[in-house]
Design a protein around this ligand. Structure first.
Ligand code: SF4
Length: 251
């Protein structure tokens, strides 16, 4: 089992160089009612259900872009399509803090910036720096609903589940706009209720805005899951059809 903080440092050495960070593509996306998206390379987790596993773990992918260039591509892409939102997705955007903060500084304040993160690297200092951006909203995606699920799904040490929760706490305390999602494809009702109890203690608004995340069974995801004997209870097909244990998830 690995330590996601150590992995983050090792990944950062390869995907961040001065003000530049590696990205593998820039694209329009239909999510959030239309959002121009930069997909980064390199993550500090290795989730077995990750749709961009190759780009999260193979650090030879992509090209280096400076913060000014990233902000420019995002802004121009959003303007061209009449979008009000931009984001960094694809891997873990909080790796390379200086680069991310510089991108945030360069994105015009009328564009809403969505930061999608696993939250592990967001300590108090990081949250405090993020709190300076009023056009920022953070979506913390929890990888499972408790330490055991987190470890089974990511291969990381179980105690780092709590680092995700700490990341959320730091954002709430710093006054950053935040909501939490959690992968619920592998959990039970009881475990989900316990997670919601933990979130209630941080802020009741986190429960109201909670987003259940259902994994998508792309071919590569299915192969990784099934070869590790991990079977979701609920999932989506790439075409968007919901399937449950009554369907073919145990095959
Ligand atoms: S945290 Fe996100 S990008 Fe990283 S491996 Fe997990 S699902 Fe993929």
């Amino acid at each position: 089992m690995y330590d996601p903080l150590e992995l983050a440092r090792a990944v950062e050495r390869q995907v961040v160089s001065g003000d530049r960070r590696k990205y593998y593509r820039f694209r329009p996306s239909r999510y959030y009612g239309g959002i121009y998206t930069a997909d980064a390379v390199g993550c500090n987790l290795r989730c077995i259900f990750c749709w961009s596993y190759r780009y999260a773990s193979d650090l030879t992918q992509g090209k280096f872009y400076g913060s000014h260039e990233v902000a420019k591509i995002l802004t121009e892409g959003a303007r061209r399509r009449g979008y009000k939102r931009v984001r960094i997705s694809g891997a873990e955007p909080t790796i390379g803090k200086e680069h991310l903060i510089s991108v945030l500084r360069e994105v015009p304040p009328d564009l809403h910036f969505i930061l999608e993160t696993n939250g592990i690297l967001i300590d108090r200092n990081y949250a405090s720096e993020l709190s300076g951006f009023k056009n920022l909203h953070v979506r913390v995606s929890l990888k499972g609903t408790n330490p055991e699920e987190f470890s089974r799904l990511t291969g990381a040490r179980p105690e780092f589940f709590w680092s995700q929760i700490e990341g959320v706490r730091n954002l709430v305390e710093a006054g950053v706009s935040v909501h939490v999602s959690a992968v619920v494809s592998f959990t039970s009702k009881d475990r989900l209720v316990r997670l919601l109890g933990i979130l209630t203690n941080l802020s009741e608004e986190l429960v109201e805005s909670f987003e259940p995340e259902i994994i998508v069974l792309y071919e590569g995801v299915k192969r990784r899951l099934y070869s590790n004997n991990i079977f979701p209870k609920i999932a989506l097909t790439p075409e968007g059809k919901l399937i449950t244990r009554d369907g073919d998830l145990t095959k």
